[in-house]
Design a protein around this ligand. Structure first.
Ligand SMILES: Cc1cc2nc3c(=O)[nH]c(=O)nc-3n(C[C@H](O)[C@H](O)[C@H](O)COP(=O)(O)OP(=O)(O)OC[C@H]3O[C@@H](n4cnc5c(N)ncnc54)[C@H](O)[C@@H]3O)c2cc1C
Length: 373
């Protein structure tokens, strides 16, 4: 009997899951997403800092060559986890196994003044608009800041600070940079990586404000209000907006305290044959593509194990390898492992120029595997 696997969301997790599960002949895989295409999170920084064109970083779903995956370009409007049924703008889909990989939505309007007085660089549109703002910026005081927790890719604000410094100083523009972060160090699971990043900040005169959030902006006075009650003036504000589950997930009843709880070893939700992977969950790993991908691989293996008659044996190990941009074509790698109930550990490799090309290969390999070209 053919198993119907319906994957909600064709991001990092959904693409990996659909591609892997489709390798088995006994499944019918339907992958649903409303977007025009997939953009790697790190490609947003490439566009912002003039290293790539907008068109180059958008991998259009219409160009996906994978006959084993039925891709449906539609908005998911309702999820019934009990019946394993979803409603979409392209009709209803029933699943034997349902996988929710809908990511985290971003809400810039939740931070007063951010839309009017600053730029967020986490959405595709926001990063592209920030690229224009940076191109026209004559130099001055730049604040890179996080507005709430949790947030995707915890190293990204540090990378953004370093890349902004490189971008402005290489153009001979004045640059007075402050990074506002809720974390105590740039990369908490890896003290070595944090030391390296803090040294890079010091070398460039970047002020690091740890354990702090930006609560609001006053666009008229051009000041950011911080969680400790103080104010920070800026000429250019680059912010990480508030994150939340997509509304369709909130309405489905799957989320508890904001995110979908899952078994950290199996990624099962509390509903039979309903899994969730990636940013939409509260699994305990950071919200990053490499973790979404690792979780998707585990769910794919478990689905295939159960189709072949056994019970799922593969378990999630919480490991991910993240790249870290230092600017000047220098990239480091942090190999981190998050295990429930244990302190996360992370090892730093690099930075080096060879890891910069490693990162390009990482992206290309995935596009080849997921999109077939
Ligand atoms: C600036 C920046 C840099 C980053 N750098 C890195 C990095 O170097 N390494 C790394 O691992 N991660 C990085 N990330 C994080 C990474 O992009 C995300 O964590 C990752 O994409 C999460 O994968 P996901 O599958 O959970 O969700 P996503 O990849 O966000 O996919 C969710 C999908 O669901 C779709 N969707 C949502 N709601 C609906 C709906 N109602 N109907 C239909 N479709 C819907 C969306 O269109 C989207 O395609 C970065 C992020 C940013 C913003």
């Amino acid at each position: 009997m053919t198993t119907r696997v319906v994957v909600l969301g064709a991001g990092f997790g959904g693409l990996e899951l659909a591609t892997t599960v489709a390798l088995s002949g006994d499944v019918e895989v339907t992958l649903i997403d409303q977007a025009e295409g997939f953009v790697f999170g790190f490609s947003k920084l490439d566009v912002m800092f003039g290293k790539a064109d907008r068109d180059q970083v958008l991998h259009r779903y219409a160009e996906m060559v994978n006959p084993e995956v039925r891709f449906v370009n539609a908005e998911i409007t309702a999820i019934d986890p009990v019946e394993r049924r979803v409603e979409t703008s392209a009709g209803r889909f029933d699943a034997d196994v349902l996988v929710v990989a809908l990511g985290a939505d971003l809400d810039p309007s939740a931070t007063p003044g951010l839309v009017e007085g600053g730029h967020e660089f986490y959405t595709v549109a926001g990063a592209f608009a920030a690229a224009d703002a940076l191109r026209e910026f004559p130099g001055g005081r730049v604040v890179v800041a996080v507005t709430s927790t949790p947030f995707k890719c915890p190293p990204a604000p540090s990378e953004t600070a370093l890349l902004t410094y490189e971008y402005l100083t290489s153009r001979g523009l004045p640059c007075d940079l402050t990074l506002v972060m809720p974390l105590s160090t740039p990369i908490p699971p890896s003290p070595d990586a944090s030391i390296e990043v803090l040294a890079a900040f010091e070398e460039r005169g970047i002020d690091f404000l740890p354990e702090t959030l930006v609560r609001s902006l006053d666009p008229t006075r051009k000041v950011a209000s911080l969680s400790d009650g103080s104010e920070l003036p800026y000429d250019l504000f680059l912010g990480v907006p508030q994150h939340r589950v997509p509304p369709v997930v909130a309405e489905s009843g799957l989320a508890v305290d904001g995110w979908i709880p899952v078994d950290p070893l199996t990624l099962e939700t509390s509903y039979p044959q309903v899994y969730a992977v990636g940013d939409v969950t509260s699994v305990g790993t950071p919200k990053a593509g490499v973790f979404a991908e690792g979780q998707a691989a585990v769910v794919a293996a478990r689905i295939l194990e159960s189709i072949s008659g056994g019970s799922g044996r593969t378990e999630y190990d919480g490991r991910g390898v993240c790249y870290l941009e230092f600017g000047g074509d220098q990239v480091a790698k942090v190999d981190v492992t998050f295990v429930a109930g244990q302190r996360p550990v992370g090892e730093l490799i690099g930075p080096s120029a060879s890891l910069a090309s490693d990162k390009i290969t990482f992206g290309r390999d995935r596009i080849r595997r997921w999109f077939g070209h």
